[in-house]
Design a protein around this ligand. Structure first.
Ligand code: NAD
Length: 363
């Protein structure tokens, strides 16, 4: 991930605000006679190095015990920086041997999107629980196969949707669930940024599966789903290109409209050409919004009456402890494979609507 993308996602990470609602946040403590669960990160790129590995130094129920990489030159630095035992280091080729390693309970797949399916299935077949980064895979079919494999081997599969654990996003859900401002009337959700290096995998259709929709537009889809508590019925979509040769293979800017039940529409945008980042929900008696809305922290939130504000919070630590807690307590994760599958169904419908110019129903 180039610096500008990392910077914009993380720039507000240290922001601190007044505490107004932390009641629904989970706090974790390791039960007596229980060992922290071991996590192996697969793919040591930007997100692993700058977000997940540091977060794993703060987690209460799980810790970083292993790494899987295709770049041998990274191993020494990782082993010394994060105190990883060399016997817990794997390559993409010998990765399946992880099945004999008792220090690794969870495999976290943080590779380019097209590799999620293969590595999730291999990890599940090696008897490990899996967290797979978003987007879960490049097609609905792949997501279905991943879910079926998890079921077959009796292991849990989660998707790296960190915002399900963030206090601002939990507050948005609460405002909707409790109908604080009455029935919802309209939603605006958008996420985009100006992408850098033209040679990166994010601009390669085969590796990325698509453009900004797969990468950051997916947050807008997610937010309209949990922000409304509903599932979309149909979609229309329009793409716009400036002619920049970077966008030969993937869309550059995409507008899409998700039609929800009862005439509720979510007007959405995603782009690799410019920065845009908002979630705004209009209800009968007021509104609530986050802008910025989807980074690693430092959100600005308000309702039509007052500010929404929380102290700095580590989303990734909460997300990984949340998953470890489910494994320790033997309960299902709140962000299972079906969440990723549903988003992929919507994404496939959006691309179909974009290509045909027709309204597409989401089945
Ligand atoms: P990155 O480009 O920084 O890292 C990708 C890693 O995959 C590198 O270590 C690279 O060596 C490896 N790799 C293996 N085969 C490759 C190939 N053929 N081409 C390119 N790289 C290859 O990417 P990233 O930003 O770390 O993203 C990895 C995954 O994490 C993506 O699925 C992305 O959507 C997801 N992600 C999620 C979040 C989040 O907030 N949840 C944030 C960033 C990235």
């Amino acid at each position: 991930m180039e610096t500008n993308r990392r910077k914009f996602l993380g720039q507000f990470g240290a922001g601190v605000g007044a505490l107004s609602m932390l009641g629904s946040l989970d706090t974790y403590a390791l039960p007596e006679n229980t060992k922290k669960l071991g996590i192996a990160l697969v793919g040591l790129g930007s997100y692993s190095e700058f977000q997940l590995a540091p977060a794993l130094q703060q987690t209460k129920l799980c810790q970083l015990t292993g790494i899987v990489t295709g770049t041998p030159a990274k191993v020494d630095k990782w082993v010394s920086k994060f105190k990883i035992d060399k016997k817990n280091v794997y390559t993409y080729e010998n990765f399946d041997k992880i099945k004999d390693n008792e220090n690794i309970d969870i495999v976290y797949v943080v590779l380019p999107n097209s590799m999620h399916h293969e590595f999730t299935i291999r990890a599940l077949k090696a008897g490990k629980h899996v967290i797979c980064e978003k987007p879960m895979a490049n097609t609905v079919k792949e997501c279905e196969e991943m879910i079926a494999t998890a079921k077959q081997v009796g292991k849990q599969l989660s998707v790296g949707y960190r915002l399900h654990f963030d206090p601002y996003h939990l507050e948005i859900r609460r405002l909707t669930a409790e109908k604080t401002y009455g029935n919802l009337m309209h939603i605006e959700a958008n996420f985009g940024f100006g992408i850098g290096d033209p040679t990166q995998w994010r601009l390669n259709k085969k590796l990325a599966g698509g453009g900004p929709l797969m990468d950051v537009g997916i947050y807008a889809i997610q937010a309209t789903r949990y922000g409304s508590g509903l599932e979309p019925l149909a979609v229309t979509a329009q793409q716009f290109k400036t002619g920049n040769p970077k966008f030969k293979e993937v869309e550059e800017t995409l507008l899409f409209q998700l039609e929800y039940p009862n005439g509720l529409v979510a007007n959405c945008a995603t782009s690799y050409a410019f920065y845009i980042e908002k979630l705004k929900i209009y209800a009968e008696k007021g509104f609530y919004e986050l802008s910025p809305a989807y980074g690693y922290g430092g959100f600005k939130g308000r309702t039509s009456e007052k500010e929404i504000s929380y102290p700095a919070f580590n989303q990734q630590a909460a997300q990984m402890d949340g998953f470890a807690d489910c494994l320790i307590q033997n309960k299902p994760t709140k962000v299972g494979g079906s969440e990723g599958l549903q988003d992929m169904k919507i994404i496939e419908a959006i691309y179909k609507a974009m290509e045909t110019g027709q309204k597409v129903e989401i089945k």
